[in-house]
Design a protein around this ligand. Structure first.
Ligand code: RB5
Length: 147
């Protein structure tokens, strides 16, 4: 992560709001700044592609270096975020996926499924994602093929 920007964009649909609040608190504990792209707490229904687009744009315009998106499964958010150029969103359900998503794929968006993961696991996945550097080398060459 660049030293001059440690901002993480966070976003959730209605099925990921509890995780978003936990993630926000964990980011503060870990010393990251955050931008909350919604949905606001208490929102009864919001369509995940709208939130994913807002988080993707915060990364594309350089305001944030990473994004974390939560919904029921994490799947819709990852599909929606990956439609945006230079976004590499990874839906992770364990720490090994988070580590490899960063080390090999240079993922810049983590998606998490609130209906599938416990909160402790989700926060552990988050911490691994945020603290694992990209390995570069042969992996950079592969990324160049699709970005
Ligand atoms: C909302 O009910 C649910 O479909 C959404 O949060 C997400 O899981 C979609 O991938």
């Amino acid at each position: 992560m660049p030293a001059d920007n440690n901002k993480v964009a966070i976003g959730a649909d209605h099925a990921g709001l509890e995780f978003k609040a936990l993630i926000r608190d964990q980011l503060i504990r870990l010393g990251f700044q955050y931008v909350d792209a919604g949905a606001p707490e208490g929102t009864e229904r919001v369509d995940y592609p709208i939130v994913a687009a807002d988080v993707a744009k915060l990364i594309q315009n350089g305001e944030c270096v990473y994004g974390v998106l939560t919904c029921g499964t994490g799947l819709g958010m990852s599909m929606a975020a990956n439609r945006f150029r230079s976004i590499r969103a990874a839906n992770c359900s364990n720490e090994a996926m988070a580590r490899l998503a960063r080390a090999h794929n240079d993922a810049n968006v983590l998606t998490l499924g609130q209906r599938l993961l416990g909160p402790d696991l989700a926060l552990s996945i988050l911490e691994v994602f945020l603290t694992t550097p990209f390995e570069g080398g042969r992996h950079q060459g592969r990324l160049s093929l699709f970005n």
